[in-house]
Write a protein that binds this ligand. Sequence first.
Ligand SMILES: Nc1ncnc2c1ncn2[C@@H]1O[C@H](COP(=O)(O)OP(=O)(O)O)[C@@H](O)[C@H]1O
Ligand SMILES: [Mg+2]
Length: 260
Amino acid sequence: MSDALAIETQGLSLGYVGPNEPVRVLSGVDLAVGKGEFLTILGPSGCGKSTFLRAVADLIPIIDGRLSVLGEAPSDARRRRQVAFVFQEATLLPWRTVKQNIELPLQVGKRNVLRSANPRPDHWLGLVGLSHLSGRYPHQLSGGQRQRVAIARALQCEPEILLMDEPFGALDEITRDRLNDELLAIWRETGATILFVTHSVTEAIYLGGSVLVLAANPGRVQALIDLSSVKDHNGLCRRESAEVQEVAAHLRQLLREGGA
Ligand SMILES: Nc1ncnc2c1ncn2[C@@H]1O[C@H](COP(=O)(O)OP(=O)(O)O)[C@@H](O)[C@H]1O
Ligand SMILES: [Mg+2]
């Protein structure tokens, strides 16, 4: 296993406990994600996108094959708090302020070795543009602001790998586009490896260095597409550009073929 890889799988199968034998969701996944990469993931509903992220986060066991996270077993990576998760719903504690919500992983993780000797909730709040709201409660925030808190909370652990499962799926388009730019800035600042599941083809292209397309029935890898050809030297692209539209059409075709 290479040191430069954040995630490496070989013949990986994932699924859930069934009445007799495990029900397979994804099979034969061979994938290598380099450290610091931004990988977006597209695929029809139910093909196993969330299941894949859960396995990386060590929330479900592996059925077959190999999965290495930062060169070690997923359970070891999790124990060292190297992996953080952001979900579609921000799952904030309603009785804690914004700042107290962000401090939470530090308190839950007291017994673990913290990666940062100097916890910086204010720094992460600033990075997601919420310094002025640190004393508010979750019900006093918009959907976009709540997702920013969830991202700041994940960053507080200084994870090497950030797993994001449709984090902006419930937001309006303008807010989503703005958060896309903020996330790219955060990615550059932290150097984290990001795995980002989305239903939006445009979002997958805009954010990703490459995009993984999963297919359903049976769940499998359909394609891994490098996006560097549509990005400028800053890693950015224009959503309306002809190159982006062309890749988007190709991805939509793949999604149709894959059972979307
Ligand atoms: N806890 C679970 N137990 C049993 N089956 C599950 C569980 N979670 C998901 N599944 C099944 O696994 C398949 C993939 O689910 P999921 O990874 O959530 O898909 P996606 O995120 O791509 O929409 C679906 O058929 C779903 O019904
Ligand atoms: Mg899902």
